[in-house]
Design a protein around this ligand. Sequence first.
Ligand SMILES: Nc1ncnc2c1ncn2[C@@H]1O[C@H](COP(=O)(O)OP(=O)(O)O)[C@@H](O)[C@H]1O
Ligand SMILES: O=P(O)(O)OC[C@H](O)CO
Length: 505
Amino acid sequence: MGRHRYIGALDQGTTSSRFILFDHGGRIVAGHQLEHRQIYPKPGWVEHDPLEIWQRCCDVIRATLQKSGVVADELVSIGVTNQRETVVCWNPKTGKPFYNAIVWQDMRTSDYIEALAADGGYDRFRLKTGLPLAAYFSGSKMKWMLDTIPGLRKAAAKGEAVFGTIDTYIIWQLTGGPGRGILVTDVTNASRTFLMNITELCWDQELLDLFSIPRNMLPEIRSSVAATAYGVTDGGGPLGGCLPISGILGDQQAALFGQACFERGSSKNTYGTGCFLLLHTGEEIVHSHHGLLTTVACRIGKQPATYALEGSVAVAGLLVQWVRDKLGLIKESGEIRELASRVKDNGGVYIVPAFSGLFAPYWRTDARGIIAGLTGYVDSGHIARAVIESTAFQTKDICDAMEKDSGLTFSELKVDGGAVVDELLMQFQADLLSIPVIRPEVTETTALGAAYAAGLSVGFWSGLSELKGHWREEKRWIASMGTDEREKQLRFWYKAVERTKGWLD
Ligand SMILES: Nc1ncnc2c1ncn2[C@@H]1O[C@H](COP(=O)(O)OP(=O)(O)O)[C@@H](O)[C@H]1O
Ligand SMILES: O=P(O)(O)OC[C@H](O)CO
């Protein structure tokens, strides 16, 4: 292995960016994480500053290298993983963004989506894309920019405007930026744009026409584990060397990969800003009849792509951030558990955080969040408990839909993501599902998955069976709630969900 010993993974998430170094055993050697601003210009709109995101990526890379003492020569290759669907539009000659990144949670195109759905229904394009019509996906966000930003179409015609999901933007920056950066994405990210045919794995002209998106604004679609590296990092950039970039995965697919879910029937649930449960369906494209998405799980080199069913919850850890930043009830996300521990139960309070409408399995853009069950008895502890519990309830809804769609029955749930440190959440999740909830030793599975993709590509790891050997259980939670109590809790949750629907006119 010589001096080359580590794989670097850049994980650009909704809330923060991380750079993590992994060794040959898939263990974390060093890492650094920084948050970026959430910009809310109007209700239902969510933006990020692309330049700030790139700056944070540079900062976390430099800080990780500095604190570990690792130099570029000791890195074999780099993998990139990212919040999906979020769209950046920029001039590839100058690097100047035309607008803030429009974030996946942003609902500004809801009316347009409703109009599209009025003619043929939400599932009009499901066979081709695996997705229902929803403002969540990138296509309508790109159309909004093209329709709104003066001169954008003209700039695109001159090759002075491109669209990219965050992977594309970051890799363009890493490979040299203005005039030099490469424009690539992978099949998992492309499968979330609503512009890719998930069987043929290419941009689809009918969908490009639907949203009036010029083909030349989009990057090349490549495999997640590169058959040959996409490009090399710019020696003058934050890594300080010319390293191959050889793996790209959308963050939820990366977590699936990092949890060693390589085979049909394996699954994981990631608790981050949102919450995303993915069930691997092998090479089969399974279409949902219960509000789930069909998405590309991975493509390794020239092998056939594999697929997953996905249950996407928009607001999970984000609700904790909201309580921290907007209500000021806590100062750090971790304090939510302490506050919730002051009370023995939720005191009858249920929170449905439909900030961006309801995602899976309901897909209701007209829903908005509620706090239900308030009485004079309720205090901040009950609210904190309801905050934590809302994530577990939403996951229960997804598991039920997943079992109906797949015909499988969950016997356990593998979990990961920033919020799985919350033991109250983990226990309540096991209680609601009546199955064990299992946390692996490495919970940074998103970054690990990107590292695996990059390392497999360059032969750092021999294959999937070697990677499977890295997975180790750290802790499990066993269900202890009685059936009557569980059914009561769920009954109130469903009532609360019903009350969010149709809130918008
Ligand atoms: N101790 C904690 N308890 C509950 N939630 C937490 C805790 N620590 C972090 N979180 C939540 O987890 C989310 C961050 O998880 P992470 O996996 O880093 O998200 P992302 O990849 O979406 O940026 C935040 O929304 C935060 O509120
Ligand atoms: O950044 P995360 O971990 O909240 O993931 C966001 C998802 O990719 C959105 O689809």
